[in-house]
Design a protein around this ligand. Structure first.
Ligand code: IVH
Length: 682
């Protein structure tokens, strides 16, 4: 096969698998395999730049920044929509259409309606020439928008090419950010001391107009397609058929779009969408109802910018005005003081809101919120309620309170607070602060850390309040008798908890490091530090430069980890944990050694006893490696109940498949020597 043919084949495969993954949410390949294909294509393109095509999946990333956003004229204007805010207004719209058509000589038209969610994002138009995505533009004023092709290319739900396409096709739809991605983005921005976005729509709009596509790439956007602009050489009977065509040609069309025959059904559907609104992972502000038949659309025409054949049923708002009663401060795991708002209770977005997050003090200052102000509160979907801004008139009050400030002394432990120059948070520097300890203790017992069953948020509070637990080492000194004196503990649950605590002494060293609650040490860094230093003594003796040699650890991180490990309270905790018998060293062979050294495993399905993390730890503890995608290089696939397509793939490639017992037999503790391993493929 020529390189040219191979490049074309890779593009086809990547195109198909990207569609499976992003549009259908039903991947056939593991991430590793997809990446391997992409890498191969990149390598070919680097050696043969003339083979790069505009629809190549490599063109989604790494585009150069543009110097401005040129204007684009829409050949077919992008319209807007008239609103209906009640059932009466919706029925009046249908009556107006009937009257209009009667004047045109069409009596008693049989309407076919299409109901679609009205996505709260921004409208864009994508232009395809001979099936290749060539240009994308914002709506702008409906006639002239801005060229944002460079950013739209980074959005995986936008096809870069379509098969069996007409010579010219414009696809229209809405760009949006999911609520989850929005919350994550704001959290990262707040942590970094940047301004937060008001809502997902602002975040999407701000992102799409950036000049540098790398920014768009880091802020996950998505698209729902809902219509067609210009199209040459293709005719549809109605809007419904157009949506079906789009869906079949790789565009993401909402699966819950409905085709309905009567006005009553339309009303019922609008109300149903209103109910479902809070369960979606993207924001909708209404339902768009369209007449499907294109001939009727043409007859109905447009008034101003609004087509007569469509209407937006608008939902009640998810923002409300209420009074900011107070600003309070939570202490986080690392001592950070997080402001939050105490509100006059208000009903918004389907629930009563009394508390709302304020992110950090800079965010608070930027919004210029004062206690006593009337403020605008937002709640949408699962997003934590937020205070957006003071109500416009609130800022004019002459007797406004002073801006809220973080407390000079921690409310909980009274320690003088500090504001480190490199942090957006004022901090309580006392690791033993009971509120901070509560966060640290919760973290210590949590799943990725020491994973102590039966100890959660409530139990940790209870133990703290009873004076039984101050630091994490105290968990290991609890007795069943002590627990039985507390509410909600019986003999059985008390004994079980004590046993679970005792069992956690043997957690792998990496998890212990994570459980300590060191800033910058997450689960993966904990594991990497454990692999590199192998014992707490080696880590405590290490310099910042030594720590920096750990994979994934940069100089700043290393400095910070080193500094924290040197702290007196941290040293005391470590010694205390050692004294109560918590294992503080890596067991098993050093990397590259051990019975499974050089062997690659892929896990799929649910194993009877081991969780995925446990199985990974056991394999890595014996020197093996766990990856996510099956390839010819995989030595074993370990399959449990309801395995995915990975099992089929393993069988197809002839990779040996093990069950849990088969895996355990490979591991030390009574495991056979390496020579007794089942044969891998030649
Ligand atoms: S159709 C009829 N369909 O709403 C032509 N628009 O208020 C108008 N929108 O600019 C567009 N979801 O940004 C249509 N399913 C949907 C929509 C939708 C959201 C937005 C779009 C448009 C605005 C009009």
């Amino acid at each position: 096969m020529t390189v040219e043919a191979r490049a074309a084949e890779l593009r086809d495969q990547l195109h198909h698998h990207g569609y499976r993954y992003y549009v259908l949410d039903d991947p056939e390949l593991g991430d590793d395999e997809y990446d391997a294909l992409l890498d191969e294509l990149r390598t070919i393109e680097a050696a043969h730049p003339e083979l790069v095509t505009p629809d190549s999946p490599t063109q989604r990333i790494g585009g150069e920044p543009v110097s401005s956003l040129p204007k684009v004229r829409h050949e077919i204007p992008m319209l807007s929509l008239a609103n209906a805010r009640s059932e009466e207004e919706l029925r009046a719209w249908v009556a107006r259409m009937r009257a209009h058509l009667a004047r045109e000589g069409i009596d008693d038209p049989a309407f076919e309606f299409v109901c679609e969610p009205k996505i709260d994002g921004l409208a864009i138009s994508l232009r395809y020439e001979d099936g290749i995505f060539v240009q994308g533009a914002t709506r702008g004023n409906g006639e002239i928008g801005e060229d944002v092709t460079h950013n739209l290319r980074t959005i995986p739900t936008i096809p870069l090419r379509i098969d069996d396409a007409p010579p010219v096709l414009e696809v229209r739809g809405e760009i949006y950010m999911s609520l989850k991605d929005f919350a994550g983005l704001n959290e990262r921005r707040a942590e970094a001391g940047l301004s937060t976005f008001m809502n997902p729509r602002n975040a999407a709009a701000g992102t799409i107009r950036q000049l540098d596509p790398k920014l768009a790439k880091d802020r996950p956007l998505s698209m729902w397609s809902y219509g067609i602009g210009r199209v040459d050489g293709l005719r549809f009977a109605g809007h419904w058929e157009a949506l079906e065509w789009l869906r079949e040609h790789g565009f993401r069309v909402n699966a819950d779009v409905q085709r309905l025959e009567s006005e009553d059904e339309v009303v019922a559907q609008c109300l149903a969408w209103q109910e479902r609104r809070g369960n979606l992972d993207f924001e909708i502000d209404g339902v768009v109802v369209k007449v499907s038949d294109l001939e009727l659309q043409r007859r109905l025409g447009v008034v101003g910018r609004d087509p007569r054949w469509a209407i937006a049923w608008k939902f009640p708002p998810t923002t409300k005005v209420t009074t900011l009663k107070d600003v309070m401060w939570n202490v986080g795991k690392f001592g950070d003081l997080h402001p939050f708002a105490i509100l006059e209770p208000v009903h918004v977005g389907g629930v009563t809101v009394k508390l709302a997050t304020l992110h950090n003090e800079e965010d608070l200052a930027r919004k210029d919120l004062r206690v006593g102000d009337e403020v605008i509160v937002l709640r949408a979907g699962d997003v934590i309620p937020q205070v957006l801004s003071p109500a416009p008139h609130a800022v004019e009050r002459p007797d406004r309170a002073d801006p809220p400030r973080p407390p000079e002394h921690c409310r909980t432990c009274g320690t003088k607070t500090v504001k480190p120059p490199d942090s957006v948070f004022t901090k309580c520097p006392n690791r033993l602060c009971p509120e901070r300890q509560w966060q640290l203790l919760k973290h210590f017992v949590s799943r990725g850390a020491m994973d102590i069953d039966g100890l959660g948020e409530k139990q940790v509070s209870q133990l703290q309040q009873a004076g039984l637990v101050t630091t994490a080492a105290d968990f290991y000194r609890l007795t069943a008798e002590q627990l039985m004196e507390l509410d909600r503990y019986g003999e059985i649950s008390a004994n079980r908890t004590v046993q679970n605590v005792a069992d956690s002494r043997e957690r792998p060293f990496g998890r212990v490091l994570f459980a300590l609650g060191l800033e910058e040490v997450g689960f993966v860094t904990g594991r990497n530090l454990a692999q590199r230093f192998r014992s707490i003594d080696a880590l405590l003796a290490a310099s910042a430069e030594d720590i920096e040699q750990t994979p994934g650890v940069g100089p700043k991180m290393a400095e910070k980890i080193h500094e924290q490990l040197a702290g007196g309270q941290m040293r005391a905790l470590i010694e205390d944990l050692r004294a109560v018998g918590v294992s503080m060293a890596l067991e098993g062979p050093p990397p590259g050694e051990g019975p499974l050294a050089g062997k690659t495993f892929v896990l799929t399905g649910t194993l009877p006893d081991l969780t995925r993390e446990e199985a990974t730890e056991r394999i890595e503890g014996a020197g093996g490696r766990v990856t996510s995608g099956v390839s010819r290089k995989t030595d074993y696939v370990v399959a449990g109940a309801s395995p995915g397509s990975k099992l089929e793939k393993a069988e197809r490639l002839g990779v040996p498949v093990l069950d849990e017992a088969g895996l355990l037999a490979l591991l030390p503790h009574g495991a056979p020597p390496p020579s007794a391993l089942p044969p891998t493929r030649p």
